[in-house]
Ligand binder design. Structure first.
Ligand code: LMR
Length: 328
C-alpha cells in the first residue's frame, strides 16, 4: 500500500477517534456564589455526572452570572447556548409559566415538609411539565430556604416598609407582596443587588441568609429581620432538544447523578442558611431581629391577601391545591 494511502487511513482513524472521544459538554450557568446550596450542588452534579459517564460528559459550571444574568440565562437555555440552569422559581413568570409564582406566595409553606409535599408530589411534577412547551425539560427541585427582609432601618411592623424601595425578583407575586406592605417593589437582576443597595437605588431587599451573606448584602444593610415570610427555591432545567438528543445510557447516568446531587443539595440547604445567619451576626455590622409571634401575625395579616389577589394570575385551583397539600 502506498505511503500516501497509509497516511490517509491513519489520519482518518485518528480524527474518528478524536471526534468519537470528544466529551458531550454541559454548560451549567447560574447567578449565585459557589459557596451556596445551589453553587455547591452544581459542583457536586459535575463530579457525579463526569464519574457516572466515565468522562463522556464534561460539565462546565459558570457561577455568579459569569455567563448570563437572570433574564438572559433563560433565553440562552432556549437557544441552546447553555444546556443547564437552576433558576429561582420566582423567575419563570417572564417565560410565560406564571404558575411557578405560586411558590412566592407569602406564608404558603408553613414548613419545609409542607414544601416537599408540593415539590415532590403531583403538583411539582405537573408544573415542571408546563416547561416543555417552552423547549425546556425540568429535572428536579433544589432548595434554598425561607427569606429574611433587610433595610437600613429596623423592619418590625408592616408600617416600617412604607415608601421603601425594595428589590425583588421578576415575580408579580413579589411585586404584590411588597405593595401589600406599602413598599415600592423594584425588579433587579441578582448580580446588581449589592451595588443598588450600596448606592441607595433601592433601600432594602429579601433573600435567604445564604444569598445575603455570600453577596455581602449585610455589609450595606444595617438591619435584618428574620421573618420567614416567603420561600426561595429552584428548578433544575435543561434544553429539551439537547436532553432528548442524548444517548439513552448517558441520559440515565445523568438522571442518577441529578438525583444524588439533589439529595445532597436538600441536605445542606438549611444548614448553610443557619450558618450564614450566624456569620452575619458575627460580623457585628448588621442587627438581626426575629419577629415575635404577635409581630409575625401582623405581617401575615398584611400579606395574606396577596393569595387572593393572585388567583386570576396563578389560578385559584392551584393555590387551593397547594394549601391543601401543604396542610397535610
Ligand atoms: C435572587 O435573584 O434573589 C435569587 O433568585 C438568586 C438565586 O438564584 O438564588
Amino acid at each position: 500500500m502506498k505511503l500516501k494511502h497509509v497516511l490517509l487511513v491513519l489520519s482518518a482513524a485518528l480524527s474518528f477517534n478524536a471526534c468519537a472521544q470528544a466529551p458531550i459538554v454541559i454548560k451549567f450557568s447560574h447567578v449565585v456564589a459557589t459557596d451556596t446550596p445551589k453553587g455547591q450542588a452544581a459542583e457536586r452534579f459535575k463530579q457525579l455526572a463526569e464519574k457516572a459517564t466515565n468522562g463522556r460528559v464534561k460539565v462546565e459550571v459558570y457561577p455568579n452570572s459569569q455567563l448570563y444574568k437572570d433574564k438572559e440565562e433563560l433565553e440562552a437555555l432556549q437557544l441552546g447556548a447553555v444546556q443547564m440552569l437552576a433558576p429561582s422559581l420566582a423567575k419563570f413568570g417572564p417565560l410565560g409559566v406564571k404558575e411557578f409564582e405560586a411558590f412566592d406566595l407569602p406564608y404558603i409553606f408553613p414548613s419545609k415538609t409542607a414544601l416537599y409535599n408540593v415539590t415532590e408530589g403531583e403538583i411539582g411534577k405537573s408544573l415542571l411539565k408546563k416547561l416543555e412547551s417552552k423547549g425546556i425539560t425540568g429535572l428536579a427541585y433544589w432548595d434554598n430556604g425561607f427569606k429574611v427582609m433587610s433595610a437600613n432601618k429596623p423592619l418590625r411592623n408592616p408600617a416600617d416598609f412604607k415608601g421603601l424601595k425594595m428589590r425583588i425578583q421578576s415575580s408579580k407575586v413579589l411585586d404584590a407582596q411588597m405593595r401589600s406592605l406599602g413598599a415600592n417593589p423594584q425588579v433587579l437582576a441578582f448580580s446588581e443587588v449589592y451595588q443598588a443597595l450600596q448606592t441607595g437605588v433601592v433601600d432594602g431587599t429579601e433573600n435567604p441568609p445564604s444569598n445575603m451573606y455570600t453577596q455581602k448584602m449585610h455589609e450595606v444593610q444595617k438591619y435584618v429581620t428574620v421573618s420567614n415570610h416567603g420561600y426561595l427555591g429552584y428548578a433544575v432545567i435543561v434544553n429539551k432538544k439537547f436532553w432528548d438528543g442524548l444517548p439513552a445510557d448517558i441520559r440515565t447516568a445523568l438522571d442518577k447523578a441529578m438525583k444524588e446531587a439533589t439529595t445532597f443539595e436538600k441536605a445542606i440547604a438549611q444548614r448553610d442558611n443557619d450558618q450564614a445567619l450566624e456569620a452575619i451576626k458575627k460580623t457585628g455590622k448588621t442587627e438581626i431581629y426575629t419577629l415575635s409571634v404577635k409581630e409575625q401575625a401582623e405581617w401575615r395579616k398584611a400579606m395574606l391577601p396577596v393569595q387572593q389577589q393572585m388567583e386570576s394570575r396563578i389560578g385559584a385551583g392551584l393555590i387551593s391545591a397547594i394549601n391543601k397539600e401543604a396542610a397535610k
